[in-house]
Design a protein around this ligand. Structure first.
Ligand code: ZN
Length: 228
């Protein structure tokens, strides 16, 4: 509980005069609470953004554009907030951090020390076991999807939307069209396994899936055409 224990939940001036918080009129105190709540949210989420940016600083996305890796987790968090209306700081922070364990060698302990158990827990939930072969990992993602916590499900759907968009706008170099199509189909299987989560995000996934699939399939047709 962020209201108990350390005082760093409160903005600096309220940390210095915590009694002020309790001596204001009732509705004023609600307003102050809302301000503190927003301040707290932003603080943790921005810390997560700095942490993830540092961890991914040498990585690029798989596309030919060579986009900095951090663009991806930032897009996931932005989608959750802007489309899904998610304001939970732990979910948004975990969305930004979601690939740090799997792709940047960050340990769950490190995440827990910086961002607490809840955030670390979400990231672990959405991280694959890198010891397993790729196909097995993808199969397990579908199998595990229905059993994830609500926060982890939100991150999953955001991750699927962002990745489908990347395949359309900047396909991974060296991926044949068949592989892009398989990726779309697998993402759809994950989406279905997640079940109902958040209507606007579900609608967006389906739209990106349908439009994206058409674009990717057309790539297939044109490449076949040129081969004839
Ligand atoms: Zn991701």
């Amino acid at each position: 509980n962020k209201n108990s224990g350390s005082g760093d939940f409160l903005p600096r001036d309220l940390q210095l005069f915590p009694e002020a918080f309790f001596h204001v009129e009732a509705n004023q105190s609600v307003k102050l609470f809302v301000i503190c709540e927003l301040y707290g949210t932003m603080k943790k989420v921005l810390e997560a953004a700095c942490f993830a940016a540092r961890k991914h600083r040498k990585q690029k996305r798989k596309g030919i554009d060579g986009t900095p890796y951090i663009n991806h987790p930032l897009e996931v968090a932005w989608l959750l907030n802007a489309v899904g209306g998610v304001t939970d700081e732990e979910v948004l922070s975990a969305a930004i951090l979601h690939d740090t364990v799997e792709d940047s060698g960050t340990t769950p302990e490190e995440l827990e020390a910086h961002f607490g158990k809840v955030v670390a827990g979400y990231v672990i939930e959405v991280s694959d076991d890198k010891e397993l072969p790729k196909e097995e990992r993808k199969r397990l993602q579908v199998e595990h999807a229905p059993h994830l916590t609500y926060g982890a499900k939100l991150i999953k759907i955001g991750d699927r939307i962002a990745n489908l968009r990347s395949i359309v706008s900047d396909p991974p170099s060296g991926w044949p069209v068949e592989q892009q199509i398989r990726y779309f189909e697998w993402s759809r299987a994950v989406f279905t396994a997640l079940g109902p989560i958040n209507a606007p995000l579900e609608e967006l996934f389906l739209r990106e899936y349908e439009e994206g699939f058409r674009i990717v399939a057309a790539r297939n047709n044109s490449s076949e055409e040129t081969m004839k």
